[in-house]
Design a protein around this ligand. Structure first.
Ligand code: 5GP
Length: 348
């Protein structure tokens, strides 16, 4: 047994310190970024905020709402082949750049992807997200290699991991972007059920450093509870930030709305919650515990207002630290640690 004594931090443990700036308006800030990838030769110019590949977040309707802002969506895995064909053909190759097709480790997922690729118009699927809860298994690394060999020119995002060694390993296996985050998600119970995880800001800082050293990128996945956390993730070196809970409860989530005491709600469930298992796998296997939960979220209508909050918060952070471009954010970020009392105060 070994104890790592250095304190590791979550987003709520820090604030970003303001810096002298010559920017006069939030309008002057460019929050999109141009990406070149380690393996794929596809270039991307996007606002690198991604809707998570969860039921009720990674939907086609969310993608449509995000396109005007050039934000991104990782579609959930449960659309049918005809639905996917119709969607990818209708958005065309330009807007497909903002969409990830998600697969898990199952052979069936890969088979379905092959089938979709046969029926969609050529080159309408740019990006693949390979998503598993635990990216540490040898099987996962081998799977990422296999997908890279099969699709040399797609942008591949793979995860999740939280440590630099495994980030490097996944990049060596063929990932352009490594998805970072185990335990911080709003519907995640891994920290509670398994005692496993890593404070998210530190994971982002350490994995970004490792990835950038090899020409790779990272996506900070989970734990952004308020728009300011997105700026903190970028400040820590994230190239992309993935959001679940912050985008839940909107019209675009394609979730059933119900009324209780005169108020509208939707239920938002984790991908490994009992509800998700019942819906997609016919229940949870005997040997597994559910590492996800269901939360009741107030229905918030169209996502447009939330998009404005997210992008406005990001522009504001850039203005406070004098970053005219998103790319400059980590260089201009100094985090100050806050005490626990303050951390709960400023988030309420
Ligand atoms: P959020 O933005 O809601 O804090 O985090 C979203 C992320 O939480 C997702 O992208 C995914 O990585 C993770 N997540 C989603 N559902 C579950 C779940 O049921 N269990 C666990 N452990 N993580 C989940």
């Amino acid at each position: 047994m070994r104890i790592e004594e250095e304190i590791k931090l979550d987003y709520k443990d820090v604030l970003i310190c303001p810096k002298r700036s010559t920017l006069t308006s939030r309008k002057d800030v460019n929050i999109s970024r141009t990406f070149k990838f380690k393996y794929s030769d596809k270039e991307l110019d996007a606002v690198p905020v991604i809707a998570a590949n969860m039921d009720g977040v990674g939907t086609m309707a969310m993608a449509e709402a995000f396109f005007p802002n050039r934000m991104m969506v990782a579609l959930h895995k449960y659309y049918t082949v005809p639905q996917l064909k119709k969607f990818f053909d209708s958005i065309g190759p330009e807007r497909s750049k903002y969409v990830f097709y998600t697969i898990g480790l199952a052979d069936e997922d890969l088979r379905k992807l092959e089938e979709v690729l046969k029926v969609v118009k050529r080159d309408n699927i740019h990006n693949i997200c390979i998503d598993v809860a635990n990216g540490y298994t040898e099987r996962f690394g081998n799977f990422v290699k296999k997908v890279r060999e099969r699709f040399p020119n797609k942008v591949i995002m793979a995860g999740n991991v939280v440590t630099p060694e495994m980030t490097e390993q996944l990049i060596l296996s063929g990932a352009d972007i490594v998805k970072v985050g185990i335990g911080p998600g709003s519907t995640c119970l891994t920290r509670k059920m398994a005692g496993v995880g890593y404070p998210q800001l530190s994971a982002v800082i350490e994995c970004a450093d490792a990835a950038h050293g090899m020409g790779g990128h990272i996506c900070a996945d989970g734990g952004c509870e308020v728009p300011g956390d997105i700026a903190k993730a970028f400040g820590g070196g994230a190239d992309f930030v993935m959001l679940g809970g912050l985008l839940s409860g909107h019209k675009e989530c394609e979730a059933k709305i119900y009324t209780k005491n005169g108020k509208k709600f939707v239920s938002f469930y984790g991908s490994s919650s009992e509800d998700a298992m019942k819906k997609h796998n016919g229940g949870t296997s005997e040997y597994r515990a559910n590492e996800g939960k269901t939360v009741e979220v107030i229905y918030r209508g169209p996502v447009e207002k939330t998009i404005q909050d997210i992008l406005g918060g990001l522009r504001s952070a850039c203005t406070y630290i004098g970053a005219s471009q998103l790319k400059e954010v980590p260089k201009r970020t100094t985090f100050v640690r806050v005490n626990r009392q303050l951390s709960s105060y400023f988030r309420d």
